[in-house]
Design a protein around this ligand. Structure first.
Ligand SMILES: Cc1ncc(COP(=O)(O)O)c(C=O)c1O
Length: 388
């Protein structure tokens, strides 16, 4: 259709949301579906967070706030950055947005101009390349290797750089692979970024879900020079199980933060006012919800790892964070969408095709569900693999 902008014609709809909708449609028809496609904790938001939002609503916190968020929340986030990430941001450098998705988009829009290249390691979170295209930029995909834990090396990064490179996107812990970059890996990547002043978008939304001896490191904490190049993105969706609240944020050096505030002020304005009060309670209240969630997911992760390792015609790398496995399915000889379609229609197991993440020889399976669903879903997946 002529009236649709070429910018939008180039963009594909989110495949992860499509799988969710397909699954919901099957469930609505009365089918039992084993959902391993989810991207959100299955548990509810903690009660004290809901109570704070309800109290704010009752107290009339129903009007506009500053576009970058209420000062109480930005102050609480500044304190969080010092305590958790060893990075110092002034409240003015933080912009609260309608989800981390919006935060990523604001960051990209603030930096990327027509024709600029943005380096994105593959498998990537679905929305990064599309956001870059929406901003007029060109995604440059760097295929990571299973043998390197699905992580981009500094050498790969350097080889992908051209004079048009403006930004690199890092996501640690990663959706869909669960990869967690070590401090040394981030230092090496950071050095390459510094050599050409490449802006780093560091999406840290899964920072609280890191297992075993692995540690989350914020690249902005590693040096003043890296701080000056980095836009950190985070949010409330995963750690506090608040996906529907739509609350995320960026933290950036002053000039970039001002640019992001301008975008917010002319697009969404502020994130929902009373939800922001819930977020203050999330940051300042009891944090045991997070450690309980992490412990629970660690059990599920180990259970799933053992089950997947036992299937002979697939391969998996142990994920170190987030709540996903990226399963290599190349030996099954199916395109990832054929595979997940069959798995869903015949075996009633929902998973996300790897092509959604730019990698067609794999699928993403998540463990943010009950152990019973996980167990049955994996039994059926095992049967599927046996029969193919
Ligand atoms: C890597 C990554 N970044 C950002 C987001 C967006 O989070 P939000 O729901 O807060 O918009 C997600 C959600 O799945 C994600 O996996």
């Amino acid at each position: 259709m002529d009236s649709i902008s070429s910018r939008i014609l180039e963009v594909t709809p989110s495949l992860t949301l499509a799988v969710t909708n397909q699954t919901k449609a099957l469930i609505a028809k009365g089918e039992e579906v084993y959902g391993l496609a989810g991207g959100e904790p299955e548990v509810d938001t903690p009660q004290h967070i809901k109570d704070a939002a309800i109290a704010a609503l009752q107290a009339g916190k129903t009007k506009y706030t500053p576009a970058n968020g209420i000062p109480e929340l930005r102050d609480a986030l500044a304190a969080k950055f010092i305590a958790d990430n060893n990075v110092s941001y002034d409240a003015k450098q933080i912009c609260v947005s309608a989800g981390a998705k919006m935060a990523c988009y604001n960051a990209i829009l603030a930096v990327v101009e027509e024709g600029d290249e943005v380096i994105i390691p593959t498998p990537y979170w679905v929305s990064y390349p599309e956001m870059v295209r929406l901003a007029g930029g060109k995604p440059v995909l760097v295929e990571t290797k299973e043998s390197n834990g699905w992580k981009m090396t500094a050498e790969q990064f350097e080889a992908a750089m051209t004079p048009a490179t403006k930004m690199v996107i890092l996501n640690t812990p990663s959706n869909p692979t669960g990869a967690v970059y070590t401090e040394q890996e981030l230092r090496d990547i950071g050095e390459v970024a510094l050599s050409e002043d490449i802006i780093i978008l560091s999406d840290e939304i899964y920072e609280k879900l890191v297992y075993g001896d692995n540690k989350h490191v914020s690249i902005a904490s590693l040096s003043q020079e890296l701080y000056d190049l980095t836009i950190t993105v985070n949010g409330f969706s995963k750690a506090y199980s608040m996906t529907g609240w739509r609350l995320g944020y960026t933290a950036a050096p002053k000039p970039l933060a001002e640019a992001i505030d301008k975008i917010a002020s002319h697009t969404v304005s502020n994130a929902t006012t009373f939800a922001q009060y819930g977020a203050v309670a999330a940051l300042q209240g009891d944090q045991t919800f997070i450690s309980d969630l992490r412990d629970e997911y660690d059990v599920k992760r180990q259970f799933m790892f053992q089950r997947l390792k036992a299937i002979h015609n697939i391969r998996v790398v142990e994920p170190k964070g987030a709540f996903y496995f990226f399963v290599y399915t190349g030996q099954l000889g199916l395109k990832s969408t054929n595979l997940t379609d069959k798995l869903l229609s015949r075996y009633k197991v929902a998973a996300v095709p790897g092509i959604a993440f730019g990698y067609d020889d794999g699928i993403r399976m998540s463990y943010c569900t009950t152990l019973d669903v996980l167990n049955e879903g994996l039994t059926r997946f095992e049967q599927f693999c046996r029969e193919h």
